[in-house]
Design a protein around this ligand. Sequence first.
Ligand code: NAD
Length: 263
Amino acid sequence: MVEMKNIPFPIPTFDLTGKVAIITGSTKGLGEGMAIVLAAYGAKVVVNSRSQADCDQVAANINNMGGTAIGIKADVRVKEEIDDLVAKTVQHFGKVDIMVNNAGIGITKRVTEMTVEEWDEVVDTDLRGVFLGAAAAAKVMIAQGIQGRIINISSAGGLVGTKNIAAYCASKAGVISLSKTMAMEFGKYGITANAVCPGYIPTAINTKPLEIPRVREQIINKTALKRLGRIDELAAVVLFLASDASSIITGAYIAADMGTTCN
Ligand code: NAD
């Protein structure tokens, strides 16, 4: 940045020094990218998934990069485990400023072929998990008087229908709706709640479809930018929502989808 004098208002900052961030589902893919970028901007980060060994490994990598991270295992579908994740974060770092509800899964099946168990597995992770994570973090933020940030990872699939992933799309649309209601309930405490709707970004969640050249081409053709996204580009959107620079945004969703849903 350029050193300037006599600027008549505070310059927006993305600096997260002194902030504590939990990112669920951050041992790989988009969540890992978010953890690295938030740590690079000064946040102390909590890496999470269902495997303590994976959490420890990614946290160690971030510490080796010069950031500050710990790993805490929790299954986002289980209230006791999510509450424990938040409680252990407070024990270790003293507070929670930023809660990124990112953990998510997809099961590819037609509506007529999907079992109730498959439906429940997706909705429990992608929608119930966001509710549990946001509620647990918000309770601590409110109790501690922290003007925190709740960032919920939805999907372009939450904005438009997509064949064969009905439970995923329904959950992700629910995440957008949930974020709006949470924004209304948490606003008086200065806590913002927003959703991010990524388009296709190559990770383990979409290896199979992206390996089929015809499908990959169709996905790319649907975007305005005629390309897939990158992990660092999505992390940049989360950084913005986590930072003071987004202070007047709440109850919103940001389509970070290369222009897939703009037509
Ligand atoms: P990924 O499969 O690479 O990573 C998912 C992470 O979530 C992993 O760390 C996994 O261990 C964790 N996880 C899964 N179930 C969990 C549970 N019950 N409890 C705790 N952790 C759990 O997927 P990704 O592409 O990085 O996706 C991250 C989020 O972004 C998901 O919510 C996904 O729906 C969303 N998203 C991804 C894309 C994309 O193109 N990659 C597009 C739109 C939305």
